[in-house]
Design a protein around this ligand. Structure first.
Ligand SMILES: [Mg+2]
Length: 371
């Protein structure tokens, strides 16, 4: 199964709403920036990272895939996917300029494509290729909770997700300049969905430490499941202080690029819900290392949906530290095997591979030029 071509691609897929905003950005499309690896056996592997659909930065990633990783992949046997991933991750020239940012996002796409190939080669869905399902996976709905949604619609959307779609867990974005606005919105949502629905919140790193501490004290009666990215993404010490001063569990990880970054947070006691993402770590290879790290500390893993859960659904069913997975339905219908949530739980995928093969029709319609 020799790799005979390395073809990057960019898809800009429209959201289910006209646009959404959290505390840091507003977007209209999700960028699926990835690679198609063709092999001598005829099998094709697909992997991608997730972006804000910005053509200029997306092209940095595809250029890295094509020009930096491409020559290291051509002619190699895709069966040896672990060796290949390390060959790319430890390339001296790329290690010198990378280990985070563009080179890591590009590596993530390639690594996922290699795993997709290995699972397809075995004719198994990735979760079975890895060793089978160990758990059921509950879905939590993020798409009803954006900061840009007015409070009345926030409540009706959360109630609809619970009453009509079977979700038992929703996530609400926070991060207004005045946190009292967020508290008011959360109280309205809690009243709308009742005491038995889990509500997590996500600040996207907006607030400073005293604001977070004050907010957590004032939110103590809301029974919040976790506070995600309360503080700036890389700040281990402030997260440690917050985690030790509130009973609301801290969740983070979607902005972390490496096993070592996770290790620093876990070792400091600065995180309770560990949220790795194959699209930002060096793909599935490093994700598994992070999930095992969390398991060793008896911390739950709740993956971030940078790939909108097409890949993470496999990893969540397989890895015993994961029972919860984010649900955002923006891109699923552009894939051969879309993720499915029924009664608030994910349905086990059945097709071979990692769930990353896009529909030809979507590629034809939503591709963005590479130059
Ligand atoms: Mg988040």
């Amino acid at each position: 199964m020799k790799i005979v071509s390395v073809d990057p691609f960019i898809l800009h897929l429209p959201l289910t709403a006209e646009s959404i905003a959290d505390s840091t950005h507003r977007i209209t499309h999700w960028g699926v920036v990835g690679v198609r690896l063709r092999t001598s056996s005829g099998l094709e592997g697909f992997g991608f990272t997730g972006t804000h659909a910005d053509p200029a930065s997306d092209r940095l990633i595809t250029s890295c895939i094509k020009n930096a990783y491409g020559p290291l992949l051509l002619g190699e046997d895709a069966v040896e996917h672990t060796r290949l991933s390390y060959k790319l991750a430890r390339s001296p020239a790329l290690q010198w300029v990378g280990r985070a940012g563009i080179t890591q996002l590009a590596l993530a796409a390639v690594d996922v494509a290699l795993w997709d190939l290995r699972a397809k080669h075995a004719d198994l869905p990735l979760w079975r290729f890895l060793g089978g399902a160990t758990t059921t996976v509950q879905a939590y709905n993020t798409d009803i909770g954006w900061l840009s949604i007015p409070t009345d619609q926030l409540c009706s959307g959360a109630k609809r997700a619970v009453d009509e779609e079977g979700f038992r867990f929703v996530k609400i974005k926070v991060g207004h300049a005045d946190p009292a606005v967020d508290l008011k919105r959360l109280r309205a949502v809690r009243q709308a969905v009742g005491p038995e629905v889990s509500i997590a919140i996500d600040g996207n790193g907006k607030w400073d430490l005293p604001t977070c501490q004050r907010f957590c004290a004032n939110a103590a009666d809301l029974d919040l499941f976790w506070f995600e990215e309360p503080l700036w993404y890389d700040d281990v010490e402030s997260h440690r202080v917050l985690a030790s001063s509130t009973s609301i569990p801290v969740a983070l990880g979607e902005q972390l690029y490496s096993l070592d970054a996770f290790k620093a947070f876990v070792a400091a006691g600065a995180v309770q819900y560990v949220q790795p993402d194959v699209t930002r770590l060096g793909g599935i290879t490093e994700y598994v290392q992070v999930a095992d790290l969390a398991l060793a500390y008896r911390l739950p893993v709740a993956p971030h949906a940078g790939e909108m859960s097409q890949v993470h659904v496999h990893l969540a069913f397989w890895h015993p530290a994961t029972t919860i997975l984010e649900y955002i339905p923006w891109i699923k219908d552009h894939f051969r095997e879309p993720i499915v949530v029924r009664g608030g739980n994910y349905v086990l995928p059945q097709g071979p591979g990692a769930g990353t093969t896009p529909l030809d029709s979507s590629v034809a319609k939503y591709s963005v030029a590479l130059t």
